[in-house]
Design a binder for this molecule. Sequence first.
Ligand SMILES: *[C@@H]1O[C@H](CO)[C@@H](O)[C@H](O)[C@H]1NC(C)=O
Ligand SMILES: *[C@@H]1O[C@H](CO)[C@@H](O)[C@H](O)[C@H]1NC(C)=O
Ligand SMILES: *[C@@H]1O[C@H](CO)[C@@H](O)[C@H](O)[C@H]1NC(C)=O
Ligand SMILES: *[C@@H]1O[C@H](CO)[C@@H](O)[C@H](O)[C@H]1NC(C)=O
Ligand SMILES: *[C@@H]1O[C@H](CO)[C@@H](O)[C@H](O)[C@H]1NC(C)=O
Length: 384
Amino acid sequence: MGYPTLFRSLVAIFSLAPLSMAAYPEISDDRCDCYLTNGSSSHYFTTHKFFDFRDKVDDAGVPAIIEDADESSEANATSSYLSSDEWTDYWAIQSWNNAAVLSSGVSDASVLMAHSPNNVYIEKNQDENADSSTYLTMRTARLDDFQTACEFESAIRNYQYLSVRMYARTVGAPGAVTAMFTYRDIGDNTDLTAVQESDLEIRTLDPPDRVQYTNQPSYTSMGLDVQEATRNVTIPNQRDWTNWAVYRMDWSPGMTTWYIDGDEVASISFQAPRDPSMLIFNSWSDGGSWAGNMSVGSEADLQIQWIELVYNTTGSSEKRSDTPSHIMMRTEGEENEKRDEGSCYNICSIDQREETGTTTLVQGSAPKTIVSWVVILCLALFAW
Ligand SMILES: *[C@@H]1O[C@H](CO)[C@@H](O)[C@H](O)[C@H]1NC(C)=O
Ligand SMILES: *[C@@H]1O[C@H](CO)[C@@H](O)[C@H](O)[C@H]1NC(C)=O
Ligand SMILES: *[C@@H]1O[C@H](CO)[C@@H](O)[C@H](O)[C@H]1NC(C)=O
Ligand SMILES: *[C@@H]1O[C@H](CO)[C@@H](O)[C@H](O)[C@H]1NC(C)=O
Ligand SMILES: *[C@@H]1O[C@H](CO)[C@@H](O)[C@H](O)[C@H]1NC(C)=O
């Protein structure tokens, strides 16, 4: 190989570099050994899940509110998607009520609150210039004699560290709370010393540009506020919680960090959760001092276009009997497989990408596409 040929080969090799740096290549999850998140709470995680509610036209429909508390709790899932394995393998829609809490007087709740599967449904997006066909709605409404509410929790109960994002907004009347939070299920939630929980909460009583972030408990057994546990944050860029935004919460060792549309807005190390936890979404009110009262006939909704998370789970699963056992098996299987590889060769990202829901390869070896083979072949011919 003479000097000019070598020179041309080098030119060819270097001209490949900008090509591969222009954008990270899309890659399927089964080729990812781990996921690296960005921001100050950047960490590696073993598993990725994406739940997309943007294009479920066949499941769309707003169910009429059920006006009886018991009947509303007994209601079925509102669409075939929400009764399919695709959903129920990962999320459990709740139907409990606060009757016991109300009568025991351990909280300042003043209204019967009943969770209903009927309040979780796929709705048509009727926005002007809508950026999706549908979304998932979580409804809470005040009826004459009770508050109808909703909640769903993860089937996985042993997340240990995660980065979760939802593309969501909150709309409706004052007196409700919409939330996304980690929760350590210890059975007895009256023991404040055992509480471990990181929250994003939107109080519809608050000004629309405010959100509240907390590592619970935010109060003492004497009823005093714990200021270090909580942050009252202004949503950046003159936006408010009625606008669609990506709400991200990173639960990391020793710290929880929150972002809105990629901007870090809060981080709290005080009382950061330590032990395996689950993930919960809800929309509720109980007439207590935190949520306030909703007026009879009014409603508030958390609307979600998608939920995405990267996470680790612990080996010591603390599953409850209602958790489908194949979930735990599959999750641990996936994780162990990746851990057994020892190191993470293909590092993937859900941040460095053009299209929502996709995964890109940020380090490692991408599968060669036809286009890249053609480019390599041309360059080789050219060099030759
Ligand atoms: C993460 O990367 C995306 C894409 O480059 C960017 O939009 C976002 O602001 C970043 N987030 C943080 C917290 O750095
Ligand atoms: C998640 O698990 C991987 C593999 O064990 C580990 O390298 C990584 O540090 C863990 N992430 C966190 C946030 O603990
Ligand atoms: C819920 O679904 C079950 C099984 O399909 C049915 O038997 C039951 O009547 C339904 N309940 C309600 C309240 O619609
Ligand atoms: C957050 O701050 C705003 C503005 O001061 C206030 O109106 C709101 O009530 C506060 N929210 C909480 C939960 O403290
Ligand atoms: C909500 O209303 C009930 C009775 O209507 C009242 O007892 C309670 O104090 C109210 N709660 C708040 C936070 O105003």
